[in-house]
Design a protein around this ligand. Structure first.
Ligand code: SF4
Length: 480
């Protein structure tokens, strides 16, 4: 298993094409726009070597019997599913940001299950290919991204109906030794600091759309692959001189998402895990989405622990910590946060064994988990804003605090209780700001799919007819 430094060194061995604000980034480890996200993923590698976290962060490979980082493991029990959630809460508590590696983790588990089921149904040999790929990922402790979301263009049209055929990743040539793919994947978490990309379809497909039914893996620096790194709220605060205003300088906010462009990329057959089987595209989407929605009551509650702590500590510094209404609001934040955790624990404990032998969380409960995240995180943030006060939106800059002339005024007039330095108050406010404004909240809404995507799966999974039968029986209704 790699440690944090080895992960950073391994990224430096790769040569992905990454662009940010019109400039090419030569090295994502040391560039201010990407360093916090590298640090956050590196934390996973570090925690796997900490005896305190070993049980959560490591597992035994069912393929090789070797000790591996849990982020490359295929779930063998509901206990594995539960450990995944607990592990994510633990990392969220240490980073207060998105540590990104879960997306590839979920892609590995989804492709594992679906390639097995596909082979059984159609006599193909995708699963064996995938097992070889998985062994390589486990042995080298790699971080693949999970690239699902296509740009999609006109959402009312299917992939084959779009004016531009490249708005969903598709096969443009089939060769004896592999395929050539074109298109893009949008807002892919951790993609610029991953080693590999695992690509999956993003929507249900129909007959005639075989070229869009494609799943494969490529190295991040494969010829024809390029990345355009997205902007984030306040990202111009990410600079060497900004230790306070950036809020969470070490780990940043959310995952550092990028558009990945595939410009006629060759993929050898041994790295192709779905090619043309349209009826298995949606099952793969659903499997991956459920795995990722399972996570959100883990990672987000870790972040919630930090946010609740920051808000409570700030209230103490502002002299409101003992006020009844503040205590009540903090209690509500805790209640909402723990409710989310309950959801992730529930869908994991109610998980079950699939045909491949690997385990899968309860899909209805996993979708409910993420649906709640789209609401509760906003409410937790609203309460944090309420307690923090308008100062969060009006604070002077770090430069003013450190200015030889202005600093004494900032120090004097932004002080809370007498015995705590003003800078401590400002640091907590900036952390709360980073965790609750702009990009961070949108991630809670749309990460792992929009609320509507969860609604669709909730409707599919809920067995409404069964509920109607229950009611009719008790009410003595005999009509159909
Ligand atoms: Fe992992 Fe949470 Fe980030 Fe998704 S949002 S990649 S589950 S930390």
């Amino acid at each position: 298993m790699m440690n944090g430094q080895q992960y950073r060194d391994s990224l430096k061995q790769l040569k992905p094409r990454v662009y940010f604000m019109g400039q090419q980034i030569e090295n994502v480890v040391d560039h201010p726009a990407t360093t916090p996200h590298v640090n956050c993923a590196a934390k996973i590698y570090e925690m796997a070597h900490d005896p305190q976290f070993e049980e959560l962060f490591t597992a035994t490979s069912h393929l090789t019997g070797q000790k591996i980082n849990r982020f490359t493991h295929i779930h063998q029990s509901t206990d594995d599913l539960l450990k995944k959630v607990k592990m994510m809460r633990a990392i969220g508590q240490q980073t207060a940001s998105c540590f990104q590696r879960c997306v590839g983790f979920d892609a590995l588990n989804a492709v594992y299950q679906i390639s097995y089921e596909l082979d059984r149904a159609k006599g193909t040999n995708y699963h064996q290919r995938f097992l070889e790929y998985l062994k390589m990922v486990q042995d080298r402790d790699l971080m693949p991204s999970g690239a699902m979301t296509d740009p999609k263009g006109d959402r009312s049209l299917s992939p084959s109906q779009q004016a531009d055929p490249d708005l969903h990743v598709h096969v443009v040539a089939r060769r004896e030794n592999g395929i050539v793919v074109r298109g893009a994947k949008a807002q892919i978490t951790g993609s610029v600091n991953s080693h590999e990309h695992i690509v999956m379809p993003t929507v249900a497909l129909k007959e005639g759309e075989e070229d869009y039914a494609v799943s494969f893996a490529v190295p991040v620096d494969a010829p024809g692959v390029l990345h355009i790194f997205g902007r984030q709220t306040n990202d111009d605060r990410k600079c060497a001189a900004c230790a306070i205003d950036v809020g969470n300088p070490e780990f940043g906010i959310v995952g550092g998402e990028a558009l990945i462009v595939f410009e006629d990329v060759f993929v050898p057959w041994e790295r192709v895990f779905l090619c043309g089987e349209v009826d298995f595209a949606y099952p793969l989407v659903e499997r991956f989405a459920t795995f990722h929605r399972q996570n959100y009551g883990g990672c987000k509650t870790g972040l919630g622990d930090v946010l609740i702590g920051a808000t409570s500590a700030l209230a103490d510094i502002q002299g409101t910590g003992k006020a009844a209404h503040v205590r009540e609001k903090i209690a509500e934040m805790i209640h909402l946060n723990e409710t989310l955790y309950c959801c992730s624990i529930a869908c994991s404990s109610q998980g079950y064994k699939t045909a491949s032998g690997a385990y899968y969380p309860d899909p209805l409960l996993a979708n409910v988990t993420k649906q709640n995240v789209t609401r509760f995180i906003y409410e937790i943030a609203r309460l944090a804003h309420d307690i923090t006060g308008g100062i969060m939106a009006t604070l002077p800059s770090e430069q003013d605090l450190k200015d030889p002339v202005l600093g004494k005024y900032v120090e004097k007039y932004y002080k809370g209780v007498a015995d705590v330095p003003t800078e401590d108050r400002i640091r907590l406010i900036r952390l709360i700001e980073a965790m609750t404004c702009g990009t961070a909240l949108v991630e809670s809404m749309h990460g792992a799919g929009s609320p509507q995507a969860m609604r669709i799966m909730i409707q599919r999974q809920a067995n409404l007819e069964h509920k109607k039968r229950l009611a009719k029986k008790l009410a003595g209704v005999t009509s159909k």
